[in-house]
Design a protein around this ligand. Structure first.
Ligand code: BMA
Length: 341
């Protein structure tokens, strides 16, 4: 049995799974053979679903999906599944209310993450707060969705909440930027005692000189607690003469102080290769937003958006992927320092 284990996470005996194909080369991350799992025009008035977050719920699974409406505006939709592969997406957008219970719909909402902390589920997305910024809502029953204070001022994207408090505070990763789409490409961390007031901001990791992530990076799936630290799947972006290319990377953050990067893989874990990743509304995008993981077996199912058009599913195992990240780790000073200057 491997020494590397997933910690503090409920067992998921019905995790979707496929063994690796024979002759797998490179990183130990392999695609589901029936990808994509969500095709175009999945429900009335939604042209594409991608960049979405799922998790176990009850006997099955639940998810918050980025749906590009036929008017071109992104919104978030709820979906349920018995096997985490075949999804039943609700045709109505998620209905948000404010703390007083009044309607409070975001102008738009994209790239949702879904994270359970203690007994509450949180949805985090990118929305309009006089510019692209992070939206946050909570639910306990997936019937009432209550928006909370916007955690950060604009401009910010790719916020990911840790699945438990660390040193008594909630912890969130985010990717601040300017009003353009690319400049400022690093991941930062912020803490909060109450999910309202955020501070103690720290730099976690920057773009690197590795070409696949030299333009910008952003948090992906909620970090997975392991015996080696927090396992983070994130996206890294490369600039080419033909546009941006989004790949999936992996890093391990310190358990008690996750602004410190312990290991960071110099190689991407997955990069656009298949038709559904290379071809679509935005070609060459693999964009991770969630995992389902089982501490009993170490299996990890990784959900990622493909070419801004589809949802893809890939698999790995905690010992294999953490060992690979460690084997090919290159950690620079700005990654390994505490992250305040
Ligand atoms: C990013 C985000 C993602 C999208 C990606 C590629 O900036 O907007 O939603 O998948 O660009 O278009």
């Amino acid at each position: 049995m491997s020494e590397i284990k997933i910690l503090n996470s409920p067992a998921v005996p019905n995790i979707p799974w496929q063994d690796p194909p024979k002759g797998l080369k490179g990183a130990p991350v392999w695609r589901y053979s029936e990808n994509p799992i969500i095709d175009r025009n999945p429900v009335e008035k939604v042209a594409r679903i991608f960049n979405s977050a799922v998790m176990p719920y009850g006997d099955g699974f639940i998810g918050v999906f980025r749906g590009e409406q036929t008017n071109g505006i992104p919104y978030v939709y709820l979906g349920r599944s018995a096997d985490a592969i075949h999804w039943d997406i609700e045709p109505e957008r998620i209905h948000f209310v404010n703390e007083a219970g009044e309607d409070f719909m975001p102008v738009y909402a994209y790239d949702p993450r879904l994270v359970k902390v203690e007994d509450t589920y949180y949805i985090i997305w990118c929305g309009d707060f006089y510019g692209a910024a992070i939206g946050l809502a909570k639910t306990k029953d997936f019937k009432t969705f209550t928006r909370m204070e916007n955690p950060f001022i604009p401009f910010n994207r790719n916020a990911v909440l840790f699945p438990r408090k660390i040193n008594d505070n909630y912890v969130m990763l985010s990717r601040p930027s300017d009003s353009g789409h690319t400049p400022f490409g690093d991941i930062f961390l912020s803490e909060s005692p109450d999910l309202v007031y955020w501070g103690r901001h720290r730099h976690v990791m920057g773009r690197s000189s590795e070409w696949w992530e030299s333009v910008k990076i952003g948090g992906g799936a909620a970090p997975i607690e392991t015996t080696e630290g927090w396992l983070l799947f994130y996206h890294g972006v490369s600039g080419t003469c033909n546009g941006l290319v989004y790949s999936i990377g992996g890093a391990i953050l310190d358990i008690d102080n996750p602004s410190i990067v312990k290991y960071r893989c110099e190689n991407f874990l997955l990069t656009p290769e298949e038709w559904y990743e290379e071809r679509g509304f935005v070609p060459n995008v693999t964009f991770p937003c969630a995992t389902i993981h089982d501490p009993e077996t170490g299996k990890i199912a990784l959900y990622y958006g493909c070419a801004d058009s589809y949802v893809g599913l890939a698999f790995t195992e905690v010992d294999k992927v953490v060992s690979y990240i460690k084997e090919y780790s290159v950690v620079r000073e700005s990654d390994s320092e505490i992250g305040i200057r």
